[in-house]
Design a protein around this ligand. Structure first.
Ligand SMILES: Cc1ncc(COP(=O)(O)O)c(C=O)c1O
Length: 382
């Protein structure tokens, strides 16, 4: 057995409990609302108009061109669609394939924690060694611990896995952070940059990516997710953006892992991107309104919001309300308050029992966010 120490993921566990209890689910990271109706029409159209056979292995070329144009327009990054853009069946599979392609035994992969749950198993399945490194907890959020990061890097460090905007903390890497990383990273170390929330910068900042720095451009892989950007997580469609050299190694593995992503979703996205090229531009504002609403609703509730600069998650500190370990607290709140959340501990390899923090997903309707906050406030006796 490959992963004996891993059980059911915390996301499935809390979602199941939420269903059983009829609780509001602020746990799992998916939007409560569906995709734009026009995107659904594009999907229906794709089913009628196009072949249902295998897509080209790296994705439809026209879609890769649209992705390259979109990245150029929104993030000022240039890609050659043919050799630097690969459409994959979700960012998770992109990350898995990249690790399979590029890492192996005797390689170390640094993972900044708290970390999305798929990273560590993916590193282990590639035969490499995950090196967890904790972000520093500060009053209002989390920060990169540069001295600790520097000492975790060595000649065996094949890659570092970074997620910005970050799940679960909402932290965002600035261009200065990437520059600092470039200064301390060993010359051969790859950067795997999980940017599935790249279209959700909440305070009007522009996205900073390792591809903005010439010194990191050749050896960084960016993973993006159309499931996140277009409110269609179940479509499992994403892309890997990387230099031709990294892309060719990635594709070498990907062709034997999935071969290609489903074709109707690719045609649907292509048509929608042509019809509504500016669609992603509204996401920052859209989720900012939800973040601000949740923050305001939780004011004085006994659940103190930490800072969230990107993505659609917010951490709340409940230490003034309860001293329970976070897993117990999340279970109790699902049962007693009728609000499901995600405890922070499972985002750490060793588990951090006394975090006092829960993750709330705010990709929900206003009424849901208001009702969930009210339930938490009443439960805390505020
Ligand atoms: C940080 C992070 N990376 C990757 C994913 C998965 O992306 P996809 O659904 O495209 O595989 C998620 C989904 O929650 C995520 O939060």
């Amino acid at each position: 057995m490959k992963l004996p120490s891993f059980g059911q993921s915390i996301f499935s566990e809390m979602t199941e409990l939420a269903h059983k209890q009829g609780a509001i689910n602020l746990a799992q990271g998916f939007p409560e609302f569906g995709p734009d109706p026009e995107l659904l029409q594009c999907f229906h159209h794709a089913l009628d108009a196009h072949s249902a056979q295998y897509a080209p292995m790296p994705g439809l070329l026209a879609l890769r061109e649209a992705i390259a144009q979109d990245q150029n327009r929104r993030n000022a990054l240039s890609y050659d669609a043919a050799s630097e853009v690969t459409v994959v069946a979700g960012a998770t599979l992109g990350i898995f394939s990249a690790l399979q392609a590029l890492c192996g035994p005797s390689d170390e992969v640094v993972i900044l924690e708290p970390a999305f749950d798929c990273y560590r198993p993916a590193v282990l399945m590639a035969g490499a060694k995950p090196i967890p490194l904790a972000l520093k907890r500060v009053q209002d959020g989390f920060q990169i611990d540069w001295p600790a990061l520097k000492s975790a890097l060595n000649s065996r460090t094949k890659a570092i896995l970074i997620n910005s905007p970050h799940n679960p903390t909402g932290m965002v890497w600035t261009i200065e952070d990437w520059e600092q990383l470039a200064r301390i990273l060993p010359k051969e170390t790859l950067v795997m940059s999980d940017e599935v929330y790249e279209a959700m910068m909440l305070d009007g900042q522009s996205l900073a990516s390792p591809h903005h720095l010439p010194e990191l451009r050749e050896r960084s892989l960016r993973f993006i997710s159309f499931g996140k950007t277009y409110h269609a997580t179940g479509w499992k469609l994403g892309a890997v953006l990387a230099s031709a050299r990294c892309t060719s190694m990635l594709r070498n593995a990907y062709q034997f892992i999935a071969f290609s992503a489903s074709i109707p979703t690719q045609y649907a996205l292509l048509e929608f991107m042509k019809l509504r090229p500016h669609y992603p531009d509204r996401l920052g504002e859209f989720f900012k309104a939800k973040r601000d609403l949740l923050r305001a609703e939780l004011e004085g509730s006994g659940f103190r919001p930490l800072s969230t600069q990107g993505g659609y998650f917010m951490m709340v500190d409940y230490s003034e309300t309860s001293s329970l370990p976070d897993r117990e607290m999340a279970t109790l709140l699902t049962i007693e308050a009728g609000v499901a959340t995600i405890p922070l501990s499972p985002f750490y390899q060793g588990g951090l029992v006394q975090s006092g923090l829960l993750r709330l997903c705010f990709a929900k309707e206003e009424a849901t966010l208001r009702e969930a906050s009210q339930r938490l406030r009443v439960w805390a006796g505020r």
